[in-house]
Design a protein around this ligand. Sequence first.
Ligand code: ACO
Length: 426
Amino acid sequence: MTEHVKLIWQDKTFELPVITGSEGEKAIDISKLRQMTGMITMDSGFANTGSCKSAITFMDGERGILRYRGYPIDELAEHSSFREVAYLLINGELPTRKQITRFSVLLNDHSLVHEDMRSFFGSFPRASHPMGILSSMVNALKSFYPYLEGEEEELNATVARLISKIRTLAAMSYKIFRGHTVVYPRPDLSYCENFLNMMFDTPVRPYEIDPDIVQALSVFLILHADHEQNCSTSAVRLVGSGRVNLYSAISAGIAALWGPLHGGANQAVIEMLTNIVEKDIPLKDVVLRAKDKSDPFRLMGFGHRVYKTYDPRTKIMKKMCDRILTKLNIHDPLLDVAKALEEIAVNDSYFIDHNLYPNIDFYSGIVLRAIGIPTNMFTVMFAIGRLPGWIAQWKESMDDPEWRLNRPRQIYTGPTKRAYVPIEER
Ligand code: ACO
């Protein structure tokens, strides 16, 4: 029997059905609210608003839980590859050997980028941010790869193109902006090996693939692969709800991810930590500034809309930081500062009272630095990781029989009706 909640307004009582998820979370179904009461709901920032039902990712912000398709994030990070996680998110189940082989062949077949796209890179001003370039290039893919006959074939090819080409595009942009020779993908390398090789191999110094670096990159991408209805994923779903093509929906997701309050935080954290180290700023002063309401400064890499406890991804990322820096014999002063800053913040009553803990971005940049990724490409790395999640969420929305064009309402607060004033009378 469906549960209901009662809404009492003036002398009337309205009954609204309750929707229960597979983990017991509950939502009040207000889809008939305006019809019943003439009113809408208001929820700035959508902090209490569910936009869809989804079977992809479960997160519990109070208990620090994250699972993809039911599998705990720590188990996937330990045992799985990014390619396998991408398959799981998009198709719902872990692949068999045959399925993963087929998926790999498809990724390999679609890994090259149309040669004409290379000339685009040269047209962007030198100072362009790689996220702006990536968003434009992904949107442009639609013009280069026209529709294939057969819905399933088209979808499989588009998914493979996106996952494979985003990595080629990212590495290509790095090479072109450095004025280096572009390195093409190789069929004998895995997804992560290929990316590293395309980034760092040169005709005069062949790149030596280090399995620990490959593992660090794979874990980084797995940890970013999905996070339910976050800002960029909601952008993909919203833009996609107008039934635009998948490339354009993903391009919108990349643009949304760019912001420093979302994916851009990994770059902002490194810039903040570098500033602290270079100017030798006392950490107590940094924390004081973050608490000062008259100062717009926030501790970057701290806080999360959903997690009100330690982000489960941060634990894995922090361990990965220690492991990769030890392995590569790197002493990064930014890691020392990050750990010391965390120690002060998590014991400070402001951060405790506001439930502010380090999020994944607090440590991810240090891993990327150790791998050799330039700071302005950090958010691009996040986008490569998040892509399978965006695709899975878009696909789920397309297959949902209840799905409608996303079109929120508003409460108008502007002037009421007034007469037009001719320009000479203003
Ligand atoms: N430093 C200092 N204070 C903070 C921080 C922070 N990093 N984050 C939140 N607060 C405070 C706010 O000032 C506010 O205080 P108040 O209630 O006393 O006015 C309170 O905590 C709630 O903040 P909101 O902005 O309302 O929280 P919201 O859920 O909207 O924001 C967000 C979440 C955007 C992530 C925020 O914590 C933030 O700006 N963090 C820094 C940027 C960052 O690391 N972003 C990455 C997020 S993870 C991701 O997208 C991959």
